[in-house]
Write a protein that binds this ligand. Structure first.
Ligand SMILES: C[S@@+](CC[C@H](N)C(=O)[O-])C[C@H]1O[C@@H](n2cnc3c(N)ncnc32)[C@H](O)[C@@H]1O
Length: 315
């Protein structure tokens, strides 16, 4: 993972991210989350020989690493795999999420990414970073504090040709106000934040004037002004703090200064899109829904429904 962080600093030395390098190095020394398996994962990654296979980022299944090579031992050691589908070497990873379905819903609402610098906050293992490069982005930076996902990304990068997707193990609230990204993505993060307006403000500060926000979040549709603050868990997740209605999400984005804040899509999450697989053997959506009424979670809240919002930072 450390080598992957250095690749970011080298790969962006000639870009306008360079002026944030010192700040980022400082944040990285204090903010990386400790993890009990980090040394095991480091050893595992160090033992993988570097490769320069040409990847495929334009297909629903991101293909990475030399076609015939077997990385199954390393891939199993790095489970659960949540975002994909991926093919790493000879192994197809049927991830918990059909993230390609999310990408298909999102893509029509995103500006042309050719030549753009993009930031993906809470990017998981980087599946979407690769898809963004596949759409022509010249730089795709992701941040995600979950150490496992950083190791999954580092493994994928170690076995592929050098490219401009980077991942730093940081939280968005620790980042500097870059003010330079053409497009900022925040997908599946807002409801994990205690303070959604502060999150929207951060996203605003990462964008250049005129840049686009692409936000995806759990929402509730019931009532125009509604928002849901779960009393305890939501769909068995302990870290869901706040689920806005589509209307309040648009208003919140406008309140922090975005223009043209619009909901572009609302989709009920299905048990085909999110499910347990061989690569994610824990409980998944089917276990989070009330078996007697799947329009509700086991806690009795509306079942997960997700919206895509786009907005623009004024020039
Ligand atoms: C529900 S997943 C969404 C992953 C991916 N963006 C997607 O849409 O499929 C939420 C991700 O946000 C990350 N995350 C949680 N808090 C965060 C924070 N404060 N800053 C950045 N990422 C965060 C988690 O580690 C996790 O990978």
């Amino acid at each position: 993972m450390e080598a992957e962080i250095e690749r970011f600093f080298q790969g962006t030395a000639e870009t306008n991210l360079q002026k944030y390098h010192l700040d980022l190095r400082k944040i990285l020394t204090t903010q990386i989350r400790p993890h009990g398996r980090i040394n095991e994962w480091r050893r595992l990654l160090e033992a993988v020989p570097p490769e320069t296979a040409i990847p495929s980022f334009t297909t629903d299944t991101v293909r990475i690493g030399p076609e015939g090579k077997d990385y199954s031992t390393q891939l199993k050691a790095l489970t659960p795999w949540r975002k994909g589908p991926l093919k790493i070497g000879k192994t197809i990873i049927d991830t918990e999420w059909r993230s390609d379905w999310k990408w298909k819903r999102i893509k029509p609402h995103v500006v042309d990414l050719r030549g753009k610098r993009v930031l993906d906050v809470g990017c998981g293992n980087g599946y979407f970073l690769f898809r963004m490069l596949g759409e022509g982005a010249k730089l795709a930076l992701g941040v995600d504090p979950t150490i496992l996902f950083n190791f999954q990304f580092a493994l994928m990068q170690k076995v592929t040709a050098d490219n401009n997707a980077y991942l730093l193990p940081l939280r968005s609230e620790d980042l500097p106000a870059f003010g330079m990204f053409d497009v900022v993505f925040s997908m599946g993060v807002l409801y994990h934040r205690r303070s959604p307006l502060d999150h929207l403000q951060e996203l605003f500060n990462f964008l250049r004037p005129g840049g686009q926000l692409v936000l995806e979040s759990l929402i509730i549709e019931e009532n125009k002004d509604n928002l849901l603050i779960p009393e305890d868990r939501y769909a068995k997740m302990a870290n869901v703090w706040f689920i806005p209605s589509t209307f309040s999400l648009e208003v919140m984005a406008s309140r922090v200064g975005f223009q043209d804040s619009r909901i572009k899509d609302v989709t009920l999450t299905t048990t085909q899109e999110q499910r347990s697989t061989k690569w994610m053997e824990f409980e998944s959506l089917v276990n989070f829904l009330d078996p007697a009424d799947t329009s509700k979670t086991v806690e009795g809240y509306p079942a997960p429904r997700r919206a895509i919002l786009t907005a623009k930072k004024p020039i």
